[in-house]
Design a protein around this ligand. Sequence first.
Ligand code: BUP
Length: 454
Amino acid sequence: ITAELPHIALFPSAGMGHLTPFLRLASMLLSRNCVLTFITAHPTVSATESSYISSFLSHHPQVNHIELQITPFLRSTSTDDDPFFLQFQATSRSAHLLGPLLSSSSPPVSAIFSDFAVASSITPIAADLGIPNYVVATTSVKFFCLMAYLPNLLSNVAQLSSTTEVNVPDLAPIPISSIPPPFKDPNHLFTSQIATNARAFSAAKGVLINSFDGFEPETLAAANNGRVLNHLPPFLPIGPLQPYELKRDKMQCLSWLDSKPAESVVYVSFGSRTAMSKDQIRELSKGLEASGCSFLWVLKTTKVDKEDEEELQDLLGGSFLDRTKNKGIVVKTWVNQQEILEHPAIGGFINHCGWNSVMEAARRGIPVLAWPQHGDQMVNAEVVENAGLGIWERKWGWGVLVNGEEIAIRIKELMENEKLRRRARKVGEEGMKASEVDGSSEKVLTGVIEFLKQ
Ligand code: BUP
């Protein structure tokens, strides 16, 4: 190892939505000959996280692994007990243990790339080590700006409850209906964690963001001109992050997709953390059937993978599965979503607008029917719509039960709207171009690595 190669410590927070971009980034850095330390919290919340971590490390034995032992699930005073938020809190509380581990690393660590959800605990460690910390954003530029502005909003919570829109300086107003409801409660764990970390963003050297020039141009320009908040570090778009290859068996659903015409199948998934209500699952099944489209549906009924034991028959009814057996398949196991989206048979994506899913769709130019469920997803849905990647039915608000007929209408629109398909394809071309050699995102990442070599 020569002194010239930067040694980067990567530190994701909890959940596949946070781990996935870090593993992709790690793989991109390895292919650029960086030395890596990958930090993971132990135990993880989900079995999927721990299996992805082991698999990645066994394929890349040169990566140094630090397993941070945490005391899981500290109960908070708030009523919220989302296991992922509790893990954010527990990880932050144990993060100080990393200081001595990182300071004794050889070769010395040249930078930390850490999740925004641990920014406040990593800032003093990076300062002690005298190295830069880059915050890795796992959301849109727009939602990141909203998080950065959250401490200002919380200084007047009463106003937040009475207003119709939130005005983050120099950004288009955000309707209050798009703001995550917990933001109105400063004591909610989601809110207090984000506000604490947001106060630390200014100490970062940069914000590495899974997005690309042209996807959110106005927001990115406003943020980088210091107009949103003048203390924010530069936003460095390095997306869409490249998927990495791991050896695995061919998924059964891919063989099924092989038999379908190009762009004829709608793929349905609401990410790794959304447990849809049974009533909504039933309406969605009606909508899919009534749309007449072929579908591949990844169904989840619990927030954390391993608890998900209910049978498909009980959830959907045997007759639905019988009637649709030639039209669609429903799976309850973890799939390789990126690989599914790359299949030519996929023509549309019904999705919650978790940011990884958005960027995966953007990279392939797949039209999205945005159906946000919680957190950053409504703000992201608007970004998707504005970018021309998808459609969003605003009436489908948080927790609103949407009926099957309405869903069928929107699915048909998603699959039949040629203008949308053309626009989405163009987004895909731009996304691919950004990450090719000499593409805008590729240049940004190369620039960061070059800076760290000095
Ligand atoms: Br479910 C599922 N396979 O079966 P998001 C998800 N994924 O590969 P989320 C699979 O997990 P947050 C599955 O491709 C994406 O990379 C998917 O991240 C992958 O949503 C990731 O899309 C999920 O950001 O996380 O899970 O809601 O709340 O952090 O946005």
